[in-house]
Design a binder for this molecule. Structure first.
Ligand code: SF4
Ligand code: SF4
Length: 371
C-alpha cells in the first residue's frame, strides 16, 4: 500500500498527489458513480482549518470526470447543524453552480438502516443511500485534531455518511470502536487529506488553532493514510486509539507502507495534539459503563428500541459561563436532553452520559471536557 505526500499551498496540486499513486484512472473506471466525501462538519470556512477546501474537492471531481466517472459530493455535518447553512458558510453553498458537480445533503436525501456484522460497538447505523450505492468512495478529510479522538482524519470522516442524529449512537456506544465499525461497511477507495491549512490543539475539530501545514497526503488505504497524517503532525499513530484499533482489525497497517513524493521526516512538525487522560480514554472506549436505566428511555428513542452494545458514563462536562453567549445550539445536540437554558446553560449531571456531542457544536468553545 502507498501514501503520497506533496508539499504545497495550492489546492490544485492534489492532482500531483493522486498522480504519484498512479493517477485517478487507478481508482475510477468509466461509468463509475463516485462519492467524494469532504469534511464539512461546521460553518467555518477552510481558511480556519475546519473544513476541506472546496477548490481541492472540485479538482478531485474534475479528475474523476476526466476518467469518465460521475462524481457527487456528499456530506452530513455535525448534528444538529443544518447542512444548507453549513454549506453556505463554508463556501460550498454555490458548489454546484460554480463547478458543475452535484452536492447531496445526506440528512435530506435517501438513507437506510444497515447492519454492521463485524460491529464491536454498534451493530447497525442509518447511512446515506448515495454512499451505499456508489461504485467508488473518495474520502477527503482535513489534517486536524479532535479533543476526543486526538485526530479526525479519514477513518473518523466516515461519521459524516451517517444521517443526522443517528451519529449520536456512535458517541454513546464507544466512539473509537464505532468509527472502526463504520469503516468495515463503508470502505474508502482513495483517501486525500487536505493538510494545506489544518488545525491543532484541544479545541479541534471546530475550535482549535488554525495551523498552516502546507501538505497534501493521499493514499490507497485509509488506515495508512491516517497514520501518515498523524506522523506529519509529530504524533505516533499507535497512540491514536481508533487508528490502532482499525489496524488490529485488519483494515490497514501502521507502518511499512511505501511513501512517495516528500518524505515523512521532511514535512513533519511537532503539533499540539490533544493528550487524553486515562478517564478520557475510558470515555471514548465504550468500556466504562454504569446503570443503563439512567438513560434508557432517551437511548431507546434514538435507537428505535434496539439496545446499544455498550454505554458510557464517566468524566465531566465543563461549562464556561463567561464565554457562553446563549445561542442554544448545544441543546438539540444532546442525545439525552440533559441541557437546559434558563438565564444560563445548565447540565443535568444525572442524565448526562458524557458523550460531549454538545462540545463539538459549541461555536465559541464554551463547553469542554474536564482535563
Ligand atoms: S450534556 Fe452530556 S449527554 Fe448531553 S451532549 Fe453534552 S456531554 Fe453529551
Ligand atoms: S454553551 Fe456554546 S452552544 Fe451552548 S448555548 Fe452556550 S455558546 Fe451556545
Amino acid at each position: 500500500m502507498t501514501v503520497s505526500i506533496v508539499r504545497t499551498k495550492e489546492a490544485s496540486h492534489v492532482r500531483r498527489a493522486v498522480e504519484l499513486l498512479g493517477g485517478m484512472e487507478r481508482f475510477v473506471a468509466r461509468g463509475d458513480g463516485v462519492v467524494v466525501k469532504p469534511n464539512i462538519c461546521a460553518g467555518k470556512d477552510s481558511s480556519t482549518g475546519t473544513v476541506t477546501d472546496p477548490e481541492m474537492v472540485a479538482e478531485v471531481c474534475r479528475m474523476v470526470a476526466e476518467c469518465g466517472g460521475e462524481p457527487v459530493v456528499a456530506e452530513s455535518p455535525i448534528y444538529p447543524f443544518s447542512a444548507a447553512r453549513v454549506f453556505k458558510r463554508t463556501g460550498y453553498g454555490d458548489f454546484e453552480s460554480r463547478y458543475g458537480f452535484p452536492m447531496v445533503d445526506i440528512d435530506k436525501a435517501e438513507s437506510r438502516e444497515v447492519q454492521i456484522p463485524e460491529g464491536q460497538a454498534i451493530d447497525h447505523s442509518v447511512i446515506s443511500d448515495t454512499v451505499l450505492k456508489a461504485d467508488r468512495l473518495i474520502n477527503m478529510p482535513v489534517l486536524k485534531t479532535h479533543f476526543q479522538t486526538v485526530v479526525t482524519l479519514g477513518l473518523k470522516n466516515m461519521k459524516g455518511v451517517v444521517v443526522g442524529k443517528q451519529k449520536h449512537l456512535i458517541h454513546i456506544s464507544g466512539l473509537d470502536q464505532g468509527i472502526v465499525d463504520l469503516n468495515t461497511i463503508v470502505r474508502s477507495d482513495l483517501t486525500i487529506i487536505d493538510g494545506i491549512i489544518g488545525m491543532e490543539g484541544m479545541g479541534g475539530p471546530t475550535n482549535g488553532r488554525t495551523a498552516e501545514m502546507d501538505v497534501i497526503v493521499a493514499g490507497d488505504n485509509v488506515v495508512e493514510t491516517d497514520a501518515a497524517g498523524v506522523m506529519i503532525m509529530g504524533g505516533d499513530p499507535r497512540r491514536v486509539k481508533h487508528i490502532k484499533l482499525a489496524a488490529s482489525r485488519g483494515l490497514g497497517s501502521l507502518e511499512g507502507f511505501q511513501v512517495l513524493g516528500e518524505s515523512l521526516e521532511s514535512v513533519s512538525t511537532r503539533r499540539d495534539l490533544p493528550r487524553l487522560t486515562g478517564v478520557a480514554r475510558l470515555l471514548v472506549s465504550g468500556i466504562a459503563m454504569r446503570s443503563y436505566n439512567l438513560f434508557r428511555n432517551p437511548l431507546m428513542r434514538l435507537t428505535g428500541g434496539q439496545r446499544v452494545k455498550k454505554r458510557v458514563l464517566l468524566g465531566e462536562l465543563l461549562i464556561d459561563e463567561e464565554n457562553c453567549d446563549g445561542c442554544r445550539v448545544c441543546i438539540p445536540a444532546c442525545p439525552v436532553d440533559a441541557l437546559l437554558f434558563e438565564d444560563v446553560l445548565a447540565c443535568d449531571r444525572k442524565a448526562c452520559i458524557r458523550c460531549f456531542c454538545c462540545a463539538e457544536v459549541c461555536p465559541v468553545g464554551a463547553l469542554s471536557k474536564k482535563a
